[in-house]
Design a binder for this molecule. Sequence first.
Ligand SMILES: [Zn+2]
Length: 369
Amino acid sequence: MSIWDGVKGQSQVLGCLQTLVDSNRLSHAYMLLGPSGVGKRRVAKTVAAALACQNAGCGDCRECKEAVSGSHRNILTIEPSGRQIRIEQIRETQRWLSIDPGRNTWRVVIIDPAESMGSAAANALLKSLEEPPPNVVFFLLVEVDGALPATVRSRCQLLRMNLLPDKTIEEILESEGASPAEAKKWAPTAAGHADRALALFRDDEAKDWRETFFSQLASLGSSSAARDRLVELSTEYISDRASKAESEVLDQAAEAEEFLKGARGSGLKTQIKENSSRAKDRASSEAAVEICDLVGSWYRDMAVFAESADVSTLRNQDVAGLVKGAALNSADSAGALMAVAEASGILGYNVRETEIFESLFLRLSHLRR
Ligand SMILES: [Zn+2]
C-alpha cells in the first residue's frame, strides 16, 4: 500500500501534496490548519516518508516505516518544552539544518503545535522561512487560525484540514477491527476526532468511565453529590491521561538507554525528563478540552432531543436512554452550552483545571432544577 493511502479522510490535502511531491514543486513551508485528531501530524509524516523513500512512498521500506514512526534521521519534530516551544529549540534546529546531509537529501521539520512558539521563537523561525535552506520542508501544525504572527503565516502555504465526517471515522474504526454496528455507534461520539473514537473503541475502561460520567451529568441537580463526583471524574481522567502519556515516553527512553549502554549520550537524562513532562502537559490539556467537548455534546443532544424527540440524531447514542430520561427544555440547554463554551475558553490560561470544572458543574447544576 502506498504511503499516500494511509491517511483517511484528508484526500484533498493529500492529493495536493502528492502532486507537488511527484512533480518536484514542493514549497519550503506549509501551515496545516485544523482541529486535533484530524491527522495533521500524519499528513506531515506522509510527505516526509515520500521524500525519504526511494520509491515515491512505497509504505513498506525502512525509510517509510521510520518516517511514520517518527524515528527517521532526516525528520525532526519540535514540540513544546514546558508550555512553550522555546527559541533555543528553534536555534538547535537551525544548527541541525546548517549541516549539509549530502546531495538530494530532503529534511522535514514538523512544528507541533506551532502556536506554542513564543514570539522570540517565532521570530527566529522567520529567518529560516525567509531564507530557506535547500531541500527542507517545514510543516507548521496549527489548531487555531490567527494564532501565529502574520509574518510567519505569510511565509507558509496554508492547507486547511477539516474535522472528519462520521462516515470516515466509521471507516477508520472498521479498518481497526470494529463491526459495522460498533463503528456506527462510536463514530458520532467523536465529533470529528478519529483519535477519540479509536480510544473509545479499544478501551473498555474508557467506555465504563463514559457511562458513569454521563449518568452523573443526568442526575446533576440541587444536591452536590453528582457535582462533586463530576469534578472528581474529570480530574481523574485528566491525570490518568497525563500519566499514561508520561510513561509512554519513559518506556521509549528506557529502550534508548538500553541501546546506548556504555556509550551513554550526555544530556540524555535531561532530554528524557523534558520530553516526558512535555508529553504530560500536552495530554492533560487535550483531556481537559475533551471533557468540555463531552459535556457540550450532552447538552447538544438534550437540545436536539427537545426539538425532535428523535434518538437517531443524537451524538451519544450509547447513552440515548439517559438523554431521554434527563430531557431538558431548549432554553436551559442553550444556557448550558453557553456555560460550556465559556469554560472551554478559559482552558489553556493559567487556571487550574479543577477550578474550571468546579465552577462549570456548579453553573450547570443551577440550570437543572
Ligand atoms: Zn518506501
